[in-house]
Design a protein around this ligand. Structure first.
Ligand SMILES: *Cc1c(COP(=O)(O)O)cnc(C)c1O
Length: 468
């Protein structure tokens, strides 16, 4: 399988070539030249495979430059009970007839980002060893992504992580999760500032091309194709668990921010998985809900971006969205470039032509929005009626899923985090503490390993130079 850019660069590149990359050189996002098609016979063969075997079947359609035995080994080491605490990896939790959760948060950091990041860690280690290279991953985090990256890369050969976080501003649980890692290749830099300071420093360091090349700086952000394709697997795994035969359809409801998770659902549907609807849920940051209602995509300014109680969905723009628009427009790269490289860059928005927007229905997308009050009500209702405690992001997904339920079609709501990560809102909704997995009892008391640095680009550069 070869990969091309959404903005017109058709230089064919293999999976291993784009694995360590972010954007394509022309500023677009990578997509496969075509989606491999899965027919009824293939679905029948895949039903009943273990998660790791299923992952091998799906991913080997997209990866032909890693020997099959190596890929199989990497997937067995990633998707197993030791890492995810369950043989099913993504078990379903029934709520009521026709509605269940698909649990994507059984990984080490209790959020769905582990599903892809754990694989990325093993793929990076493999590819860097093969090339005899090293990579220094630099990132900024206010919680979720940074800890998923650290738990994926800890102890890996050839990879170091330098993760900036705002000193003293994360919850005690989040601080404990990140700072308790004692691995030598993980560097937590607690910046004396806010999250924006951390992000500005990462941008400034990455814009210094000489420094970037010299210290082999890379990232693991959500536009990485390997992360996206790893997520395609759990749409298949959810489908097989929820259905008895391959002529049934299911719908998925997805708490969305950067459009990475639901874009994997779009890819699964394009491959031929019988998905009826992809129900996109946003919080108060409703850039994507607005698009799916109106055909207008309008990037928000920082002042218009809300800090909500489902913080991992607090986005001003959706960094993977261009992939879907490219497909929606019949893969017209010139039109995609015009919308994203011109209209969005210059005016901060675009509006599709009516005949372009009309095609959205063919792709199964519908959407809705959920607010803080909706989250509280949904968490409370799910606890009282089903005895299931859900986190704030999953609550957004469930709230919107209920607006689109159809008789005879099961809806799977993707559970993207566990409630223990968002204790304050759980207390507000239920007046009690969230449940905590046994392995994480008392992690706040573990010794912490981090370095406090001033909010200065030079201080961060100096630290990286001294620790490479
Ligand atoms: C990242 C994240 C999301 C949003 O996923 P996208 O791929 O950015 O759309 C939702 N919930 C949780 C808990 C997350 O960490």
């Amino acid at each position: 399988m070869k990969y091309i850019s959404t903005r017109g660069d058709r230089t064919p590149r293999g999976f291993s070539e784009i694995l360590l990359e972010g954007l394509a050189p022309d500023g677009g996002l990578y997509l496969p030249v075509e989606y491999p098609q899965v027919d009824a016979a293939t679905l029948a063969r895949w039903r009943g495979l273990s998660y790791a075997e299923l992952a091998f079947e799906v991913l080997s359609l997209y990866i032909d430059d890693i020997p099959a035995a190596d890929l199989r080994d990497i997937l067995q080491r990633t998707y197993n009970r030791t890492v995810f605490g369950t043989d099913a990896i993504v078990p379903l939790k029934p709520l009521e007839p026709g509605l269940c959760l698909e649990a994507l948060s059984n990984g080490p950091t209790l959020a769905f980002k582990d599903m892809a990041m754990q694989l990325l860690g093993n793929l990076f280690e493999y590819e860097l060893a093969r090339r005899g290279e090293q990579l220094n991953i630099l990132g900024a985090t206010s919680g979720d992504t940074g800890s998923a990256a650290e738990y994926a890369m800890r102890g890996k050969q050839g990879v170091r992580v330098f993760m900036l976080s705002p000193y003293g501003r994360m919850s005690p649980f989040q601080q404990a999760q990140m700072y308790s890692l004692q691995d030598e290749n993980i560097h937590n830099l607690a910046v004396q500032g806010v999250f924006d300071d951390c992000q500005d420093i990462v941008k400034a360091v990455s814009n210094d091309l000489e420094f970037k090349r010299r210290y082999r700086i890379g990232t693991v952000n959500s536009i990485n194709w390997a992360r996206l394709v790893a997520q395609v697997v759990y749409y298949f795994a959810g489908y097989f668990q929820a259905t008895k035969s391959n002529d049934e359809q299911v719908s998925f409801a997805v708490p969305s921010g950067n459009f990475g998770n639901i874009c994997a659902g779009h890819v699964a549907r394009m491959m031929g998985l019988p998905i009826r609807r992809l129900v996109l849920a946003t919080n108060e940051n409703d850039v994507l809900d607005e698009f799916f209602r109106t055909g207008v995509y309008r990037v928000r300014k920082s002042a218009e971006t809300h800090e909500t109680s489902s913080p991992s969905m607090d986005i001003s723009k959706a960094s993977n969205f261009e992939r879907f628009v490219f497909d929606l427009l019949g893969r017209d790269a010139a039109r995609t470039r015009q919308l994203f490289a011109e209209d969005v860059e210059q005016r901060g928005s675009f509006q599709l032509q009516p005949q372009e927007f009309a095609r959205v229905a063919d792709y199964g997308f519908v959407s809705g929005k959920s607010t803080h009050a909706d989250r509280l009500a949904t968490i409370r209702d799910t606890w009282e009626r089903c005895g299931t405690m859900i986190d704030t992001h999953t609550a957004d997904g469930l709230k919107v899923a209920r607006q689109w339920l159809e008789p005879g079609v099961t809806t799977l709501v993707l559970e993207t985090a566990l409630p223990v990560k968002f204790a304050a809102t759980i207390r507000e909704a239920l007046g009690r503490e969230p449940e905590r997995p046994a392995a994480l009892q008392g992690i706040e008391d573990l010794p912490k390993r981090f370095t406090v640095v001033p909010p200065s680009v030079q201080a961060v550069k100096d630290y990286i130079a001294q620790n490479c």
